[in-house]
Write a protein that binds this ligand. Structure first.
Ligand code: 1PZ
Length: 209
């Protein structure tokens, strides 16, 4: 449990990847960059290491999330950037259509927001159970857009979450190192979330779905 200055852990890899992405969208100090779909998907796939810590109850969440990321990644050779993916769906009137690129990007963005919010909750309390932190993050970021059946399955799964200490152990972090890496992720993901939201709002697409 020695806290060396530069260690390689799953959480530090996720934080690094999101810092790189946020540097792209923050180009010139403003949220203006043109993010490519492949870099976005590569960073988002790293997040899947966290699923390994959640246990079997969230296997369906992992399958859901990973299938969307890999389908977006497959589309990245054709569409190149998030902007172009959105343009395609706007032109075809498929922005909200099940399985469309714009819908998958929106869902992956909600997943990233869920993690950032969970980390915020984790850092703001030392509750040995993760149930409150995870439930409130889910309620805020994803539940409003999920069906009743999914919300019910998620709330049942909350009883099977690891404890705070088990999570730290599985991530190979301690309180101090997790604090540092989670903060980096929270800070880096905010402009990415903002950037993705602007892709929709700048095209007069609402965010209530
Ligand atoms: C210790 C960490 C605890 C975190 C616990 C949070 C678990 C949340 C589980 C969410 C399950 C979602 C299952 C299926 C959802 C689908 O209905 C939707 C809509 O899909 P569509 O109809 O558009 O095709 N899919 C999504 O919203 C995709 C994203 C899923 C959420 C990813 C969670 C990522 C975070 C986990 C963190 C470790």
């Amino acid at each position: 449990f020695e806290n060396l200055g530069s260690r390689f852990t799953p959480l530090s890899a996720v934080a690094d990847a999101f810092e790189e992405l946020s540097a792209v969208v923050n180009a010139a100090g403003e949220i203006t960059g043109d993010l490519d779909l492949k870099s976005f998907c590569d960073a988002c796939s790293l997040v899947s290491v966290l699923f390994g810590c959640l246990g079997a109850a969230f296997k369906f969440a992992e399958l859901e999330y990973c299938s969307k990321v890999s389908s977006l990644k497959a589309a990245s050779t054709t569409y190149i950037t998030l902007n172009r993916a959105l343009d395609f769906d706007v032109k075809n009137d498929t922005v909200r259509t099940a399985g469309s690129l714009s819908r998958q990007i929106r869902r992956v963005r909600q997943g990233i927001d869920l993690i950032a919010t969970l980390f915020q909750n984790f850092l703001s309390s030392y509750d040995p159970s993760l149930k409150e932190a995870a439930s409130s993050a889910y309620a805020k970021t994803c539940a409003p857009y999920h069906t009743w059946a999914v919300r019910t399955a998620v709330s049942a799964g909350m009883y099977a979450l690891p404890t705070r200490d088990q999570l730290l152990l599985k991530l190979n972090e301690n309180e101090e190192s997790a604090n540092r890496e989670m903060r980096r992720f929270i800070k880096a993901s905010a402009p990415i979330i903002e950037y993705i939201d602007k892709l929709y709002t700048s095209r007069n697409i609402s965010l209530d779905w």
